[in-house]
Design a protein around this ligand. Sequence first.
Ligand SMILES: *[C@@H]1O[C@H](CO)[C@@H](O)[C@H](O)[C@H]1NC(C)=O
Length: 312
Amino acid sequence: MENKTSVSEFIILGFLSIPEMKYLLFVLFFCLYVLTVLSNVLIVVIISVDDALQSPMYFFLRNLSFLELCFTSVTIPNMLVNLILEGSKISFVGCATQLYFFLLLGVTECLLLTVMSYDRYVAICIPLRYTAIMSKRICIQCSAACWAVGFVVAAGHTAVIFSLPYCGPNIINHFFCDIQPLLMLVCGDTYWNEIQVIVVAGVVLMLPFILVLVSYVHIITSILNMSSARNRRKAFSTCSSHLTVVCLYYGTAVFMYTRPKSSYSLDKDKWFTLFYCVLTPLLNPIIYSLRNKEVKGALWKLASRIFWMQGR
Ligand SMILES: *[C@@H]1O[C@H](CO)[C@@H](O)[C@H](O)[C@H]1NC(C)=O
């Protein structure tokens, strides 16, 4: 117990191993970050102002975009500063705060995606009861519940990880305070903590994943049973964007958080993490706006309104 809090700050290595690419990476990630923020803000704005986008699906999509906006902002700005300052320090509390928000947003996103797939299930399989089941109140309660569970899980997980003994070294070979690089720094046996991480990740990821899967089995069966090809195409197009986003999210999350520590390879994981910290939040709005006629229509409407205002 005596060595327990001998580490009071961590050093974030980031991408220090490739100093010659520092500025290139900075410019690249900076542009991607700006694009991500802009596209997600655009989705939030467009859903808020357009009357045609007032269905539950768009309510959840707006919440998802807002969440992605926060999610990238937890890690990327910090990483950009670290790229330039090289191996900057982060306090114990700062690191815990970052992990907390990272987990909060990650878990909430997972639950929100589940609620969204339930929404698609109701819309496609029991369309006559859609407005009754997915009332405004239910939507707000569902998304509030996702956030609440996210808060609780993230708080518990962060508390457990930061109550472990860290007695040096304190160098995090990653670009933010993620679970794996932190567990690598714990002194002593972390066997049970790894089990705990895997079990929590398993429950938090797998349970929603099974629900998503069940929803999609129902959705696909009912699409295949539709008699008219036109209805079939229409039903499929409303859920294909969501399905793409779900695959992106679960594909990366399950790979990252349900492995034992012995298989961590921080140098490789770092690059893989970029995929879901940088690319997924940018891809979501693109997937939803490019493949969705209603969103595209709303974008044109907004653009023409802006031009019209300027032309006056
Ligand atoms: C997301 O949902 C929560 C809970 O219902 C709500 O408080 C928040 O305003 C929503 N955010 C957006 C941008 O829709």
